[in-house]
Design a protein around this ligand. Sequence first.
Ligand code: GLY
Length: 377
Amino acid sequence: MFSKEDKAFASEFLDRVVKKLTVMAPEIGANFPTTLSSIGEWDPKGTKANISGWTTAFWPGMMWLMYLKTGDEMFKKYAEGCEEKLDEAFDIFTGIHHDVGFMWSLSAVADYKITGNEKSKARAMHAATILAGRFNHVAKYIRAWDHSSLRWAIIDCMMNIPLLSFATSIQEDPRFEQVAEAHADTVAKHFIRGDGSSNHIVEFDPVTGDVLATPRGQGYDSGSSWSRGQAWALYGFALAYLNLGKQEYLDTAKKVAHYFIANIEDGKLPLVDFRAPAEPVYYDSSAASIAVCGLIEIAKAVPEYEAKIYERAAMKLLRVLDENCNYDPNELRLLENASSAYHTPNGMHMPWIFGDYYLLEALMKLDGNDGRFSVHK
Ligand code: GLY
């Protein structure tokens, strides 16, 4: 159980974030703020985003969380507006890929769970069907991206598979969760290393399922450890445990968490890559906010005497995240110092909307209500 002091800090932190987002929301409305790493710019009004891009649902997801927190219809209106705009991505189709889980869990699933909107349920089922269709039944992985090799799976996809649990819960049809479980088993076996770190990408033979290579991805190098990838693994396996109920997934989430905790320094954000050279120093605040969400879920899932390890780490990261928030009401940005990838200088130390989303989700968890957009049990 988090201490009274920790809860008080988190509650004041949430108040600061809510105040800032209440100022930002009318300026942004039903749009998609994110950093455009192609030009190295934060798009504060969210009008320039690629509608098929993987980051489009983080703002509507934040609007749903703000609606849950405040009851203010303004936030609901912006979330619904974004969800409708996202239909264009279904129409185009070719731009979307394994990230349909991020895109429609935080928009349509959230809407359906909060309002019961049948159209949102249909959108979520549509997205889940697309995701399940990317599963290779022989090699047992969900194929990542479309621009890349058809042989690749990536650790980030652990965050997409909760959408398959949503689909199973809606249709009482085990097929979707069978795909989720098979993919998670493959990831546990081939991505998570003995020390608890994770590969970003694993390349499989799509016919035999043999592992062929572990390409570099967004970290420093193959064999290093991109911190956001570690955070996706940490939170992704915690969510897999909550949805699919296998103890092995909680054990995996804990193992990754132990590695993550061992690699964070007091008072500092996580490095972009925990195994990069000492210089230059690059940080990623988004890895911290994602990890905090996972640490909170692990703390809730383990016996009381174990929980402190994860609670302490979550609070340590939250205090650093607070120092990295921009509370200036005249600037349309919240969490600073998120980074897209080790070798992408244009995306380094910027606001990235997924960092903001998971920060708000973490604070909402500590406030007793995170919306459960990715847990369907
Ligand atoms: N899922 C892509 C990323 O974390 O950058």
